[in-house]
Design a protein around this ligand. Structure first.
Ligand SMILES: [Zn+2]
Length: 435
């Protein structure tokens, strides 16, 4: 992420036709359409160059391997990062073929452990062709060269049939799409680990998927960038926000292996403990925007409590039990490892009214909170403990407690339908620990 925005790494194409060895023709190139589609989906595109490609992995949330004509061996490392760290991957044309090749090699490699990935590739290149040229009679259906000419793009389209229950089905929510393709090679041998999720009428594979162990990888043979297929690029960006869709409550403690970057925030709220003036990094940037939107309406809000260390949650819990008894405490304070504050994704907001910082309920504060609640989903926040949902959330109404869920679409779905995260978990995949 960069300043709370999803970063999508794009692989380049290298110019291999530099026969004169002209150093100025020795180029890596990026086609602007891919960059443009990623920007339109609300993310930041960055180009991945060949030298130590793994240096980019820390800042990339998703990958696009676009069409092109050359593969550098290091490019395959992108797959390792995508499936180990559950980062969404979209391969287009050559990118899909590279995906099929990669998983084929992994399978061949298992049988021949002493060989490296690239040695396996070299050893199998001739005997087990992963990719083959399209049969002559099929070429005209697939290998159109498309220019800016709209009519030619229309002519390059063919029907693609989508299998139910696949990523493709999830993206398009229809059984047939009409999309342009430009290729002469096809995936000939599909490894067992990949699912074929769509084909054309002549049987050509148009998409493959890898979804094992929480991975989210899709390769398509056609060219979604050319027809401004926003659905597929939005999917890529949305899926990379899934790490924020976690459910923490009285029954589900914080999942293991949760690594969020926590940053310090300078709050004006006088009652804040400096140890709690912290938030997850994307929450920080979303909160700055939310605060600014409130200021534009004449409202002053700030952070009263953000990220909380488990040791502090423990101390808070014990203190409230001593002061108000266990029954009251259970209604308002979470047990250690069961508080959203321990994730860095929850914030308690305080408000300044007539120059006085206020955390208690009064009429003016209620007006401020109701305006706040009407806009928070635009910044990826939800009201976590709404009125009338105490039985579901297990907590009393807390107008100040906001929870960052990453996706604005997901936040809107929850806020517009007056849902809780618990209820949303019926139709969305949320990450949570077992009871
Ligand atoms: Zn709270």
């Amino acid at each position: 992420m960069i300043k709370g925005k999803v970063v999508v790494g794009i692989l380049p194409t290298y110019n291999l036709k530099n026969e004169d060895n002209d150093p100025y023709q020795d180029k890596a190139s990026f086609v602007r359409m891919y960059e443009q589609r990623i920007i339109e989906a609300g993310a930041i595109p960055i180009g991945l160059l060949n030298n130590n490609i793994e240096n980019y992995f820390d800042i990339c949330d998703a990958y696009v391997w676009p069409g092109g004509n050359s593969i550098q061996n290091d490019f395959y490392k992108v797959f390792e990062d995508a499936f180990k760290n559950h980062k969404p991957f979209l391969g287009i044309c050559l990118g899909m073929q590279a995906m099929a090749t990669y998983f084929n090699i992994l399978e061949d490699n298992k049988k021949n452990k002493e060989l490296s990935f690239y040695e396996t590739y070299e050893a199998n290149k001739e005997s087990k062709p992963y990719l083959v040229r399209l049969e002559e009679e099929k070429i005209s259906n697939h290998s159109h060269y498309v220019t800016k000419d709209e009519e030619k793009i229309e002519n390059a389209k063919h029907k693609v049939k989508i299998e139910k229950g696949t990523i493709m089905d999830d993206i398009y929510k229809t059984d047939t799409i009409n999309v342009p393709s430009m290729h002469t090679y096809i995936v000939a041998r599909v490894p067992k680990s990949l699912t074929i999720s769509s084909r054309t009428e002549d049987g050509t594979i148009e998409s493959v998927e890898y979804t094992k162990n929480g991975a989210c990888m899709l390769g398509v043979q056609y060219h979604p960038e050319l027809i401004k297929d926003y659905k597929i690029f939005n999917w890529l960006v949305e899926r990379s926000l899934d790490k924020y869709k976690i459910l923490v409550n009285k029954e589900h403690k914080i999942p293991n292996n949760l690594y969020f970057k926590i940053v310090t925030y300078d709050s004006k709220c006088p009652s804040i403990d400096k140890r709690e003036s912290l938030m997850e990094e994307s929450v920080y940037y979303a909160f700055l925007e939310l605060k600014k939107a409130m200021q534009e309406k004449g409202y002053e809000i700030d952070l009263q409590s953000g990220y909380r260390y488990t040791i502090d949650q423990e101390e808070l819990f014990n203190r409230i039990v001593e002061e108000k008894g266990i029954e009251h405490t259970n209604m308002f304070v979470a047990k250690p490892r069961h508080s959203e504050h321990e994730t860095g994704l929850a914030i308690d907001v305080c408000a300044c009214i007539d120059g006085k910082w206020n955390f208690e309920s009064d009429e003016e504060l209620n007006i401020l909170f109701s305006y706040l609640h009407s806009i928070i989903s635009n910044y990826g926040f939800i009201l976590r403990y709404p009125k009338g949902k105490e039985d579901i959330t297990g907590y009393g109404y807390e107008p100040w407690h906001l929870r960052y869920v990453g996706s604005k679409l997901f936040a809107k779905e929850i806020m517009d339908n007056n849902l809780t995260l618990e209820e949303a978990s019926n139709s969305y995949t949320l990450r949570y620990s077992k009871k």
